[in-house]
Design a protein around this ligand. Structure first.
Ligand code: TNX
Length: 516
């Protein structure tokens, strides 16, 4: 009996050795460093290797899916040096292929996806091209970090066998860039959008106006930019986006399934407008342009009718340029606006936003106005405002300054940034959860998570990168991943592995002592 068993096992071993020279190894899941961490990962055996023969196959005749496949090619072709061709479904079972399929799978929702990797094929299944786009970001992270280089790299491009099922926790996952305190050109903004896309964020909030600068061309009020756009913090030339440039940014974000949320901050934070048009001031006298960093000193004249003509024109032009459903009206720190004037103003502006078919978003102070259902309050400082907004049937975006303000210094030695909300090391920005931040706040009222980068001290793309990395990936994970899968002690090792990616992307990141 024993002999027969030995003979049989020898036979099995021999057959195995003949069929493949190197037995396929099971993927070690602890070596994956995916951020945000996916809902479910199962190990497979062996790996898929992308080479010069790898085909990309679309299982559905869907031009949008084809564009997503092109985006994948863009990510792969530079470092690998391979030419990829896209084929249609007749070839769906071919080996050495990356297959995109559209399905109907309720659990995955709009943005979810499955990725299945085996030695023959990588298949990506989703309900929408958007889900396929999110999947590509995961695939990038399954490849060696050098895939992110913008030059050819001689390398074996292996993807470990596995299957992933993944979908987001929150609808709203974003970041804000303040282009008012310091202005950033279109190319910088595109790079910022690339960062969001890489970590599956889907909202890009642009803070387009403030005391120090008006940054979007408004044709019916041209002095907003010819006067109000000229300077910035510290003095010197600021700048602004023409409507065409703004559209270029909208489209760039849209191709990456990121919705642009434009903000015109009102009725405070309006000195640039007040300096451009005297009639917007209570006393009818234009203010001086402002290049300092104090907040809370300016207000539109909330009881003058011309103010509402101004707001209507601005929101009309902005709404026409903005395909996404949101207009952000600011509403924060209106410290020199009387409370009843403030409420009167927000109520009227809300009606203007609604009249152009958009959803109003505002900083948490707008909760004091008569919010209509579906208004969105962005909680940054005042928990009681978040609660009030939810009571008024508004949704709440979580941007708690103490946790995720990207302009807060990491520690006392950080040169850039501010510290009014405290220092925010990488752990502090990661190790919290929106559902437990405000006692008794119902998670169903949380629309999502967004981290703002204010730019009083931020002047260059390299400054942006330093404050954003490595905090942004963790914030993206808070917004995307299941809370029970998140934990700092394992996250810090995953994040550590991303340093190679930051370097491959030439990102000027902060090398935190908290990251091994
Ligand atoms: C508070 S957050 C502000 C901004 C500043 C920021 C600096 C918010 C809604 N208002 O005006 O730039 O602090 O951290």
């Amino acid at each position: 009996m024993k002999n027969l068993f030995q003979v049989l096992s020898l036979f099995v071993l021999a057959a195995f050795a003949l069929s493949s020279c190197t037995p396929a190894q099971q993927t070690d899941l602890s070596e994956l460093n995916l951020i945000p961490i996916p809902c479910k990962i199962e190990a497979g055996n062996g790996y898929f290797e992308i080479d010069n023969q790898t085909k990309i196959i679309l299982d559905n005749q869907n031009s949008e899916l084809g564009e997503v496949a092109q985006m994948l090619i863009k990510h792969l072709c530079v470092a690998t040096g391979f030419d990829f061709v896209i084929e249609n479904k007749s070839a769906r079972n071919s080996k050495n292929s990356i297959l995109f399929q559209l399905n109907d799978d309720k659990e995955l929702g709009r943005e979810g996806y499955d990725i299945d990797v085996n030695p023959k094929q990588i298949s990506i299944n989703s309900n929408t091209p958007e889900g396929a786009f999110r999947a590509i970001q995961t695939l990038r992270q399954l490849l060696p970090a050098e895939i992110e280089k913008s030059e050819f790299v001689e390398k074996e491009w292996k993807v470990p066998s596995l299957s992933i099922r993944d979908y987001p926790r929150f609808e709203h996952r974003g970041a804000m860039l303040d282009v008012s305190r310091h202005f950033f050109g279109v190319e910088d903004v595109k790079r910022f959008i690339d960062f969001l896309a890489a970590y599956k964020m889907n909202k890009f909030h642009m803070h387009l106006s403030d005391d120090q600068g008006w940054r979007i061309e408004i044709k019916s009020w041209p002095k907003l930019t010819s006067i109000g756009g000229q300077t910035q913090v510290g003095g010197g030339y600021g700048g602004y986006y023409t409507q065409n440039e703004y559209t270029e940014i909208v489209n760039y974000a849209h191709k990456r399934y990121i919705t642009l949320i434009p903000e015109i901050d009102m009725p405070g934070h309006t000195n640039a407008a007040l300096a451009s048009y005297p009639e917007l001031n209570e006393d009818g006298i234009a203010t001086e342009l402002y290049t300092g960093t104090t907040v809370g000193f300016s207000t539109l004249a909330t009881r003058k009718e011309i103010t509402y003509k101004f707001v209507d024109d601005v929101i009309r032009e902005l709404a026409e340029l903005t395909p996404g459903p949101y207009i952000h009206i600011g509403g924060d720190e209106s410290l020199v606006t009387e409370k009843d004037d403030y409420i009167y103003f927000i109520d009227r502006v809300q009606d203007i936003v609604l009249s152009y078919g958009k959803t109003m978003v505002g900083w948490d102070e707008i909760a004091h106005a008569n919010l209509k259902p579906n208004a969105i309050a962005q909680f940054w400082a005042h928990k009681e405002n978040a609660i009030l907004a939810a009571e008024k049937k508004g949704k709440v975006i979580f941007s708690p300054a103490q946790n995720i303000y990207l302009d807060m210094k990491y520690d006392s030695t950080t040169q850039l940034g501010l510290s009014w909300a405290g220092y925010t090391e990488v752990m502090e920005s990661y190790d919290w959860d929106p559902a437990s931040l405000i006692p008794d706040f119902d998670e169903s009222n949380i629309y999502g998570v967004e981290s703002p980068l204010w730019s009083e001290t931020i002047e260059t793309m390299s400054d942006i990168e330093y404050m954003v990395f490595p905090r942004l990936p963790g914030i993206a994970e808070i917004a995307w991943s299941k809370p029970e899968l998140r934990d700092w002690d394992t996250y810090k090792y995953r994040l550590s592995a991303h340093k190679d990616r930051f370097e491959a992307m030439n990102i000027n990141y902060y090398n935190s002592p908290q990251i091994p």
